[in-house]
Write a protein that binds this ligand. Structure first.
Ligand code: GDP
Ligand code: IMO
Ligand code: MG
Length: 439
């Protein structure tokens, strides 16, 4: 069976958690392959409402293996809190496995994350402050600590001493912050190690064996392609290595690229972004406020960050960027979310090109300065001005809504196979079976 990757096609928060929770039923294994605690995936199903940062969104089915792959960086405290929260709410976490190769967020990472933001001043990225960026930095700099090190009681003290000596010189010298205490960290991380040990395994072998057995594996992306180091609006990006784009999934879970046959691109029916950086279609008028407050869709689903609670920046659907990320990810199927959140609008705009120095361009320039100067060229479509959250068949959607979906398909050059019309698991319209007869 092929592995299926689910990626975010915009700046994150497209509804990946919700889409994974929906499709996981057709798979026997769900794996996270990149990012860390900076991700925040909201799931609403018959078990309630959940916000997950690290545990794959397939956990609610109980019978699915849920893998946190080698490409993820793990804050042990957050992960243990997440496991405890799930257990308290009656969710079985016994099928969770964590890669011994995954890197660990250590106490110096959030310190450095916040200090770096302070040093950047007006150019601050607007990070989540979770230490995720600095943890990936250490991975690449080859001074990271991995889960396998933390659970190795014999070797961990020496590895911690070695890395902390280096880090304390950086923290006290460059950042002028107090040094961190070795004994305290050793004790805390020994305790984390004890609690996490039962979950830790060589996940690469587990995933590969499942693949050779012919099982359907779902790979859950985090963040969005426009936040990716290579694909995104650099330097206003996140720092995941491997990338969150589909090409990173194979590396971050331990499969070859030929195992991945399908890529589901999750796109919100408009655009949001948290943190700083270019966003050509951003609205600072009342339409932008309306989008943030839910756009007349399902009440209580306004646009505030799952991880930091920050208000999300909002704007019209950017067809230029969406086409670009669809191609970069090799999207074969689109899940379009939050269609209900456009219900308040008389007319809806879609950006189809930009204007830059009196010229029409159809890509976002790499130069930050130019990316900040482009003006969106819009096409206007009629709104549908009615609640669509209870619609379950494409034919029952208002004509204007179907027209909107069709236009997005044309721009992305890929079929919209799932339309989400609400945050709950069943609030979806499935227009094509992408799991080979399994729907
Ligand atoms: P993720 O990071 O991509 O998993 O997305 P988040 O969970 O951070 O943000 C998506 C938000 O939209 C969450 O609050 C979801 O509950 C909500 N959501 C997802 N799909 C829909 C939808 O179709 N309609 C509405 N109204 N809300 C949705
Ligand atoms: P999910 O998986 C939205 C953004 C931050 C910031 C930039 C860098 O929920 O879609 P970082 O802390 O990663 O160094 O911050 O990236 N960011 C996200 N925005 N959704 C996410 O994940 C994000 N993960 C990081 O807001 O702009
Ligand atoms: Mg999110």
């Amino acid at each position: 069976m092929p592995a299926v990757v689910i990626i975010g096609g915009q700046w994150g928060d497209e509804g990946k958690g919700r889409v994974v929770d929906f499709h996981a039923r057709y798979c026997s294994m769900i794996g996270r392959y990149s990012a860390g605690t900076n991700a925040g995936h909201t799931i609403m199903n018959e078990r309630g409402k959940f916000a997950l940062h690290l545990v794959p969104a397939g956990i609610f089915y109980g019978d699915k293996a849920c893998v946190i792959g080698n490409g993820v960086v793990i804050d042990p405290d957050t992960l243990l809190a997440e496991i405890a929260m799930l257990s308290e709410r009656g969710i079985d976490t016994s099928k969770l496995v964590i890669s011994d190769r995954a890197h660990v967020i250590m106490p110096w990472h959030p310190v450095i994350d916040l200090a770096d933001e302070e040093l950047r001043g007006d150019s601050a990225i607007g990070t989540t402050g979770t230490g995720t960026g600095p943890a990936f930095h250490d991975k690449v700099a080859r001074i990271g600590i991995r889960i396998g090190d933390v659970v190795d009681t014999e070797r961990f003290p020496a590895r911690l001493r070695e890395v902390l000596d280096y880090k304390n010189r950086v923290i006290t010298g460059l950042y002028q912050k107090p040094a961190l205490d070795y004994d305290q960290i050793l004790n805390d991380y020994r305790e984390f190690g004890e609690k996490l040990r039962p979950y830790v395994a060589d996940t690469t072998s587990i995933v590969q064996e499942a693949h050779w057995r012919g099982e359907m594996i779902l790979l859950e992306g985090a963040q969005g392609s426009l936040l990716d180091l290579d694909t995104g609006t650099y330097p206003y990006v996140t720092s995941s290595v491997p990338a969150s784009v589909a090409a990173g999934a194979a590396i971050g879970i331990g499969l070859g690229p030929t195992a991945i046959e399908r890529v589901v691109g999750v796109y919100k029916a408009y655009q949001t972004r948290v943190g700083n950086g270019p966003m050509p279609t951003e609205l600072d008028d009342e339409d932008g406020v309306s989008l943030r407050e839910g756009g007349g869709g399902v009440p209580g689903t306004s646009e505030y960050g799952t991880t930091t609670g920050r208000a999300r920046r909002t704007g019209w659907f950017d067809g230029v960027l969406a086409r670009y990320t669809s191609r970069i990810n090799g999207v074969t199927s689109v899940a379009l979310t939050r269609l209900d959140s456009l219900s308040a609008f008389e007319r809806i705009k879609i950006c189809v090109a930009y204007e830059l120095d009196d010229e029409r361009v159809t890509t976002l320039p790499a130069s930050l300065e130019d990316a900040n100067r482009v003006k969106p060229i819009y096409e206007e479509l009629p709104g549908w001005k009615q609640d669509v959250s209870e619609v379950r068949h494409l034919g029952d959607l208002p004509t204007e809504a179907r027209q909107y979906v069709r236009r997005i398909e044309q721009l992305l050059d890929a079929p919209v196979d799932m339309i989400s019309v609400g945050p709950k698991r069943h609030q979806a319209i499935v227009t094509r079976d992408i799991f080979g007869g399994r729907i």
